[in-house]
Design a protein around this ligand. Structure first.
Ligand SMILES: Cc1cc2nc3c(=O)[nH]c(=O)nc-3n(C[C@H](O)[C@H](O)[C@H](O)COP(=O)(O)OP(=O)(O)OC[C@H]3O[C@@H](n4cnc5c(N)ncnc54)[C@H](O)[C@@H]3O)c2cc1C
Length: 402
């Protein structure tokens, strides 16, 4: 329980501070605040985020091509839950003092911390990315790219990274800017994790949109006006979008939390930090092990982690032990511009099933999924238990003891 006395908050109040209002952090905040009694002063939930506007990360490739997205306000999304919103940039976590520093000036004490700061493209991967490449790391970054693309005329855009963010971005840019030449560069083949038919569909859609795919290449440097490949070849590019690799905020490591080689907070089976059990880590910022391996960053898995952390915090406040988290993947929906998409259904370990959707039905499916957080959060406010439905993954998610 809180030992320090904050203005207007009783000393017996349990202070839960959630860092990051992305898909995982908002799920945690809404789930937790909806489960605790708003009138009682026993629990205070504070959600901290850099911007007041919710960043629809799933649609940042649309922002990057000048498409306007809905204005989604985080304080409005929290309305009626009793959770507090604190706008600011988290600059430090002191895991011993149990405080969070915001904008280098405000200090927020916590009893339980939920770490949900997400991830971003790895701009430190090769020289020149920081200085010469664009990213989709934030809405502002995507807007800067949109501005550049709108002024390029008939130039060339190199999208580096043939993962799904790279594929969606290349397709969107090619569709919105037919005057541009779009080159997709990456080590792997686009859609490599899909079944052969879905992969072939994705490949033909990229061809139809005019995207030039170069697989099996490694970009080793980004220069003004070009990228350099391993082997020395140079590919001319008037703009470079970097989507390859991921990294996370250095704050967790700096705070002394146990992190993995990518800086993600290593959690136990219940999503608590293995070094600091009063810290839960969720979403892309966490390294969460399941029976099939460590989860990779997705919204489909991130939202359940936030909900689970909230349920666990409530259990702990009731003197109960938190339960292990289990999650199995079920789909990979990929947009191919606004008029085409491919949806690969998956086994819980993310390996592809035979079933996949393409064309208009896949477009509708993808849009429904992308827009689903709002109805999910709306339902959760009225009926918190409704947020706790996700595939647990059956035999795939039983953690084998080493
Ligand atoms: C173009 C694109 C398309 C994608 N498509 C899909 C898809 O179709 N399906 C899917 O499942 N996943 C998709 N993803 C991945 C998905 O967006 C992420 O897995 C998801 O956003 C992770 O959620 P999160 O809550 O962990 O982090 P985020 O959504 O990144 O939220 C983190 C929040 O923390 C804030 N923050 C970070 N650092 C600080 C700080 N120091 N101080 C204050 N605030 C801070 C950020 O501003 C942000 O609001 C896509 C990603 C991209 C870029």
């Amino acid at each position: 329980m809180g030992a320090q006395h904050e203005a207007g908050v009783a000393t017996t109040t349990h202070r839960v501070v959630i860092l990051g209002a992305g898909y995982a952090g908002l799920s945690a905040a809404i789930q937790l605040a909806s489960r605790v009694d708003k009138r009682s002063e026993k629990v205070r939930v504070t959600l901290v985020n850099a911007q007041e506007r919710f960043t629809e990360r799933l649609r940042l490739h649309m922002t990057a091509t000048g498409q306007r997205l809905a204005e989604l306000s985080i304080p409005e999304l929290l309305e009626g839950t009793g959770a507090h919103f604190e706008r600011g940039w988290v600059t430090a976590v002191d895991a011993d003092a149990k405080t969070v520093r915001i904008d280098d000036e405000r200090v927020l004490p916590y009893d339980t911390l939920v770490y949900a700061l997400g991830g971003m493209a790895d701009t430190a991967a090769v020289p020149g990315v920081e200085d010469h490449a664009y990213t989709l790391n934030s809405a502002q970054d995507a807007e800067v790219l949109a501005d550049r693309l709108s002024r390029l005329g008939s130039g060339t855009v190199a999208v580096v990274g043939s993962g799904l963010t790279g594929v969606e971005s290349a397709a969107e840019i090619a569709e919105r800017h037919p005057e541009l030449t779009v080159v997709l560069l990456g080590r792997g083949e686009p859609g490599a994790a899909m079944n052969p038919k879905a992969r072939a569909y994705l490949r033909s859609a990229l061809e139809r949109l005019g995207v030039r795919v170069r697989s099996g290449v490694e970009v080793v440097k980004v220069l003004p006006g070009a990228v350099e490949l391993a082997g020395g070849e140079s590919v001319a590019a008037d703009a470079v979008l970097w989507t390859s690799g991921t990294r996370v905020s250095p704050l967790a490591a700096a705070a002394g939390l146990t992190v993995d080689e990518r800086g993600r907070v290593v959690t136990d089976a219940t999503l608590r930090s293995v070094s600091h059990p009063e810290v839960y880590a969720v979403g892309d910022a966490a390294a969460i092990r399941q029976g099939y391996g460590v989860m990779h960053g997705t919204c489909q898995g991130g939202m359940p982690t936030g909900v689970h952390a909230a349920v666990s915090i409530v259990r702990e406040l009731q003197g109960k032990r938190p339960k292990p988290f289990r999650f199995g993947y079920y789909h990979t929906p990929v947009s191919l511009g606004r008029n085409d998409a491919v949806v690969q259904f998956t086994h819980p370990d993310d390996s592809p099933r035979r079933l996949h959707l393409t064309g208009r039905i896949a477009v509708r499916y993808k849009e429904t999924v992308t827009a689903s957080p709002w109805p999910t959060w709306g339902r959760m406010k009225k009926m918190p238990a409704s947020g706790a439905f996700w595939p647990r993954g059956g035999r795939f998610t039983r953690v084998r003891e080493a």
